[in-house]
Design a protein around this ligand. Sequence first.
Ligand code: AQP
Length: 341
Amino acid sequence: PRVVFSGIQPTGVPHLGNYVGALRQWVNLQRDEQPSTKLIYSIVDLHAITVPQKPETLRQRKREVLAALLAIGLDPERCTIFYQSSVPAHSELMWILACTASVGYLSRMTQWKSKLSLASSSTLENKSVGSRLKLGLFSYPVLQAADILVHRATHVPVGHDQQQHLEFARECVTNFNHAYGNHLVHPETIVSPAQRIMSLTEPTSKMSKSHEAQRSRILITDSPQDIRSKIATALTDSTPGISYDPATRPGISNLLEIFSVFDTERRSPAQLAEAYADASPKIFKEAVADALLTGLQGIRDRYLDLSANDSYLDKIEQHGARKAQESAKETMEIVKTAVGL
Ligand code: AQP
């Protein structure tokens, strides 16, 4: 049986990058996969606490992300949607995997290395860097592997930046199965076909929830006025006309990519550049905003309704958690027996 697993951190309302790079695909899989395929989507709150979080804010953001997932069209009957911390088996399997995972492999992870170099560039006392960084951040990929393996996922849709972590999850399977027998399933990656969406204010870095500037990202729940104004003020360049060249014109090219994703005529960024070659930035940006507003239509209203309905959200989460606990139970029984626990 095919099992799809994916996760999103509750670090804020999803933005256009999350939607285009991941969430839209989650919705489409409801239509594209056979009804027998299990679709399991987790709001990974345990991953979110690898960096400091205010408890009240985290609680709030978990609900926001849940409401957003329902608002974009995930059907809680078709999918299993739950908070990671509602299923203790994720943490339990993480520990067991950690006992066969290699520190050397983990320290080669690009995301870890970039956190390490960021930390060392921001401190004068280099020797204390390793001790200030948290173990949770280092072992993040082990928890991610447990998320996937505990549900015996066969397919994991992820962005390009997550491919290395998936490779590590497969390494965990190999290590575990080598030590204890053939019990865990090797997951395959489904890489998102979509380009990375870049920041509107700094188009050479990716759009991100945690970037300080609000105007750098479009939230999928932004009002039409906000969307228009953020696109209108997006950083571009002073070259006249519209052309597609991500290397020399990152701002315009990012807008062309966004436009292409939502274009009802399904034109590529290059085709759109041709169609708008002589347009002024103002006219071009208005066309981008129009396409985007059409593409996101309805999400904001559904989100506002859902986020005002706490008891409904609680019910949906409890329902998802029960299904996920059930799904994880079988793996944990096999794993514990194999290990001798
Ligand atoms: N800019 C992006 N373009 C395309 N895809 C993106 N994703 C994130 N940013 C972009 C994809 O969204 C999924 C969920 O991401 P996440 O919330 O688990 O964490 P992230 O990748 O770290 O995303 P953010 O928004 O940048 O969060 P913060 O700022 O909290 O780190 C993933 O599949 C990711 O590839």
